[in-house]
Design a protein around this ligand. Sequence first.
Ligand SMILES: NC(=O)c1ccc[n+]([C@@H]2O[C@H](COP(=O)([O-])OP(=O)(O)OC[C@H]3O[C@@H](n4cnc5c(N)ncnc54)[C@H](O)[C@@H]3O)[C@@H](O)[C@H]2O)c1
Length: 304
Amino acid sequence: MITWFQLVVEICLGFWEHMVQLVYPPLAKSLVGEVVLITGAGHGIGRELALQCARLGAKVVCWDINAQTAQETAQRVNEEWAVNATHVDTPIRAWSFQCDVSKREEVNKVADETRLKVGEITVLINNAGIMPAKPMLKFEPHEIERLFDVNVFSQYWTIMQFMPGMIKRDHGHVVSMCSVAGITGTPYLVPYCSSKFAIKGLMDGLFLEMRQDMKESRVRLTTVHPFTINTGLAVDPMTRFPKLIPIHEASECAQQVIDGFRRNYEEVFVPKILGPVFRLGKCLPRRVQTALADFLNCGVGYNK
Ligand SMILES: NC(=O)c1ccc[n+]([C@@H]2O[C@H](COP(=O)([O-])OP(=O)(O)OC[C@H]3O[C@@H](n4cnc5c(N)ncnc54)[C@H](O)[C@@H]3O)[C@@H](O)[C@H]2O)c1
């Protein structure tokens, strides 16, 4: 508990820090020597995250339900590493493992294999996700359950595997791929939105719990909220003003994610403009919010 005086001081410092960071962002930490595990690294944003983290000096561990695509990502990283490294101490920079992250037992087993083969994970990027799109009442119950298994429970299982080691070593970072669909609802993505709201709750709650119980901890958390990214995950994505709210390529998204977590930001929006837009938008009356949404005309279609 804090006093009235401390509250006023905290509010002033909070605003001051925010303003200063807009002009002078925190320095980006190095990834050299880090071991970054990326779930869903076989395609899209996950693959780009693997390639770019490796270029910044990290070892990368590629998990995917699809063994072949995970292996392809690791191979691309290793090929780049072999060509570009000046001191090739080891030809291996990336490892791949097949893992269906929705299955707790499988996550536990593959986590043990990973530690044995590669070592302790210092950065966990929970990226694997699925996005089935259709009107809410057309979903089968098993599809909704699967979506929560892949998008939500998987992130609990990996965090429970790797965060205790980070806390013990007082070094580590957990990055979670959420979505703007974890901040606002979207037609045809009702189960997806609720899964991403659950991720927002997981990361927000964990952040506040750590702040309360582990004040001095140097383990960091980052939640990422991308708008639509051109990976094929979203069906028929729309944006009326692509200059203002662009549909980024996976490489651009990965670059912004990495830049954000290297600066220890708690939240990253891709594109950045959506951060203030959503924060301010939430204060508006519902009718104004929906009018703005109609005007901006962002959304997705679905396979009929
Ligand atoms: N693409 C977008 O428009 C967008 C927007 C906002 C948020 N996101 C989020 O970003 C993340 C990555 O999206 P993407 O567009 O790169 O997707 P993608 O479909 O291109 O790649 C996802 C990868 O995850 C893997 N995967 C799926 N289920 C898995 C499971 N059970 N276990 C392990 N791996 C599994 C897939 O095989 C695939 O390689 C997702 O969490 C998604 O919700 C994407």
